[in-house]
Structures are given as C-alpha cells and as structure tokens.
Write a protein that binds this ligand. Structure first.
Ligand code: IPM
Ligand code: MN
Length: 349
C-alpha cells in the first residue's frame, strides 16, 4: 500500500496526471499492490484565488508520503518565477531531492529529428544535480533600472552536494550496466573554481568505481555530441543549470516533450515524479496533449517504489503503443487524444 501525494497543478497538468493514475490503477490490480492518493490543488488558480502558493504544512504532509506525482506548474496570469520557485523548486529543495534523473530514450516507432539515428543510438540517462548551482536564488540587484545596474546570481557548489550527486551517478552507471561509462558534463575550462570542484570530486569518487569508465565533456561539446553522436553517452552527470538545458535537448531527440519524464529523487527521503513539459495553458481541457510523459513518470515512480514488475509491465505497454506507429509524432498533432493514449497503454498492460 502506497500513499501518493498527487499535485496535478496548472494547465494540462490535471489531464495528463489523470492518465498516469489510470495506468497505475490498472497495473496495481495486475501485480497486486494498492495505492492511496491524496490530491492537492496547489498551482496558479489557487494562488490567484487565495494568495497561497505552497504552505509548509503541506510539505510536512508530503514527508510522510511514499512519493509525489506532479503534473505541471505555470499559469499565464501569474508572473514567471512565482509558481516555479514557490512550488516546484521549493519541493525539490525542502524535500532535498538532490537528484533529477532524466532518461533520454528513443522508443521504436517514435520520430527523432536526428537523421540516421535510431533507438539503438539514443538511450542514455542524465543525472542532474537538483538542489544547488545557479538555482539557489542567492544574489541581488543594485541600482536596479539604471545604466549602472549590477545583477548578481551566485552559483553555489558544495563538496557535499557535488559528492552525493556524483556518487549517485556512479552507482547508477554501475547498476544500469550498459556501457559502464559515466560522462561528467561541465565547463571546467571557464568555471575554474566551481567546476574544478566537480572535476576533483568526480576523479576522487571515481577511484572507488574501477569498473566504470570516466569520461569528460564540456557542456557545449556535450550538446554537439548529443546531436552528432548520441550513442557516445551512457550516463551523464552534471550541475543543475546545465542539466536543465541539456535535458530539453535530450527531450527533443527522444521524440519531444510528449515523452520526456523525470524523477526528483531523494534516495533517503520522498521523491517526486513529473513529466518534463510545462502546463501548456492554451491546450487546457482540449484533450489533445499526449500524456505519455506523465505515464512514463508514473512508471519511474513505480520503479522507485520497488514495484519492479509493475514498472516493467507499464514500460513494455508504453513501448508497444509507440511501436504501433500511431504516434510517431507525440505532439498535439498526433491525432490521438489524451484519454485515448491512456486507454491504449492500459489495454496493452
Ligand atoms: C525543469 C523546469 C524547471 C527547472 C523550471 C520550471 C523551474 O524547466 O524541470 O526542467 O528549470 O528546473
Ligand atoms: Mn527545464
């Protein structure tokens, strides 16, 4: 029996989460586990009505849950940053979800913009540091709005924060057992303090993993290789900001935002699973958004909870549906509705 906090959020969040939960319910009756969901309406609408973003009391409730399942946050009538920082980043930070795990996997039957590359070439995982770096919000502005304005935003890297992320990535590469290779994606040639810490930590921790090949790539080159030679990568570990950027590129080569999912992981605490896409407000209620990313996030959640069999069944069903060629394009133009995709996955479990 698992207690899951469900935060459908804004825009199309509720629609895609509904499909993910539909799939979890269906697979739970096959493999025999139970889930109890508690739904929270945090997001733009609630904020506009009540002024409340995400109270600490909710965070305390989440701490007692087995996992969190999130749709999307972002509302056209709310200034950028308020909901992102107030909900998504607050959850990641407060619950110390220090890993953002983002698989980049091209399933057979899905179109990639990379000519001559197929499922055998595009199958790697990005381990993004999720609680530090440029995301901490430390900084300030002086003489705002004048020609002398100074704006500073600090990039925070702690030995502890870097080490736990790098260690997780080495363990992950070992367990994944694919090419047994871990690439450190950084900018150590320019960020000679911040990313020197990453390099030293990576090298030191790496000594404990003699079976894992160590590979280094600057972030700009990483982008180039992701397009030119994605098969080079097995597991990539990187800082928060670079991880944010390269996983949007990753999403595109695996078929788009309609399929990309991620987990915000606290290996010792409560983790949160979400599609990488945003709230796509203009499509709200139209039943056109592909929920595969949310379904895939649900599958990652099952894996994380230890429901390996259920996770495997769901992933196989996702692959089967995609292989039918009905959704080579996972955009709103696929011609398959949101609820239909959920039904298709369920009927393939
Ligand atoms: C993501 C998103 C978030 C991030 C935003 C919404 C704050 O882009 O999950 O990648 O930058 O981490
Ligand atoms: Mn992002």
């Amino acid at each position: 029996m698992y207690n899951i906090a469900v935060l459908p959020g804004d825009g199309i969040g509720p629609e895609v989460v509904r499909e993910g939960l539909k799939v979890i319910e269906a697979v739970s009756s096959i493999t025999g586990f139970k889930i109890h969901t508690e739904t929270y309406d945090f997001g733009g609408d609630r904020y506009l009505k009540t002024g409340e973003i995400l109270p600490d009391s909710a965070i305390e409730e989440f701490r007692r849950m087995d996992a969190i399942y999130l749709g999307a946050v972002g509302h056209p009538d709310v200034a950028p940053g308020i909901l992102e920082k107030g909900i998504l980043l607050k959850l990641r930070f407060e619950l110390d979800q220090y890993i953002n795990l983002r698989p980049v996997k091209l399933y057979p039957g899905v179109w990639t913009p990379l000519r001559d590359k197929g499922p055998a070439d595009i199958d790697f995982v990005v381990v993004r540091e999720n609680t530090e770096g440029l995301y901490l919000g430390i900084g300030g502005t002086v003489k705002k709005g004048t020609p002398d304005e100074i704006a500073m935003q600090e990039m925070v890297n702690t030995r502890k924060g870097v080490e736990r992320c790098v260690r997780y990535a080495f363990d992950y590469a070992k367990e994944r057992n694919k090419d047994k290779k871990l690439t450190l994606c950084d900018k150590a040639n320019v960020l000679t303090y911040a990313h020197d810490l990453w390099r030293r930590t990576f090298t030191e921790v790496g000594e404990e993993y003699p079976g894992i090949k160590k590979d280094y790539a600057f972030v700009d080159a990483t982008c180039m290789w992701m397009v030119k030679n994605p098969e080079w990568f097995d597991v990539i570990v990187t800082c928060n900001m670079f991880g944010d950027i390269i996983t949007d590129l990753g999403a595109m080569i695996q078929g788009g935002m309609g399929i990309a999912a991620g987990g915000n992981i606290n290996p010792e605490g409560v983790s949160m699973f979400e599609p990488i896409h945003g709230s796509a407000p203009k499509y709200t209620g139209k039943n056109v958004i592909n929920p595969m990313a949310a379904i895939s996030a649900a599958q990652m959640m099952l894996e994380h909870l230890g429901e390996k069999k259920a996770s495997h069944i769901v992933e196989t069903a996702i692959a089967k549906v995609l292989a039918t060629d009905r959704m080579r394009d996972l955009s709103t133009k696929s011609g398959v509705s949101t609820s239909e995709v959920g039904d298709l996955v369920v009927s393939n479990l």
